[in-house]
Design a protein around this ligand. Structure first.
Ligand SMILES: [Zn+2]
Ligand SMILES: [Zn+2]
Length: 147
């Protein structure tokens, strides 16, 4: 049976700082944003966290399945490398989706962050210098899809 034409999906590689953990994720992210909340600032040690959301089953751990440090619960957590501490992705929405920390991608995804969220709790020392829409907290229902 010939299936209808489907776009060829690229698979993107990602890994932690030390290389103990590697993952593969489809280049089919549903949304991407920069989160300025204090949790994302602390887990990344950065001004904000660029993340991209996708269904959980579209991300596979290729190497280092036993090297994961999962902070949180099965359906809501931050998944790090246990050795170097890199935040690789967060499991969200009851485990149905993951938010990939875009800084851990090796390959260039098609998607780009389209907005800033939790700007209300942004670091005072950081100035947003682009023209992307900014939201105090989550994106309101009428806005772009939020994370
Ligand atoms: Zn590591
Ligand atoms: Zn956040």
């Amino acid at each position: 049976m010939v299936s209808p034409e489907q776009p060829i999906r690229r698979i993107l590689a990602g890994k932690c700082y030390c290389g103990a953990v590697e993952y593969a994720v489809a280049d089919a992210f549903l949304y991407a944003a920069n989160c300025h909340c204090s949790n994302c600032r602390r887990t990344t040690g950065s001004a904000f966290k660029p993340f991209a959301g996708i269904e959980r089953e579209k991300l596979k751990i290729i190497k280092g399945d036993s090297e994961l440090m999962i902070f949180g619960e099965e359906g809501a957590n931050n998944t790090h490398c246990v050795t170097c501490g890199s935040l690789l992705f967060s499991v969200v929405r009851g485990g149905a989706f993951v938010h990939v920390a875009m800084g851990t991608l090796v390959d260039d995804p098609s998607i780009r962050p389209t907005h800033h969220i939790f700007v209300g709790s942004k670091a005072a020392w950081f100035t947003i210098a682009d023209d992307l829409p900014q939201y105090e907290e989550h994106v309101p229902p009428s806005g772009p899809r939020g994370g």
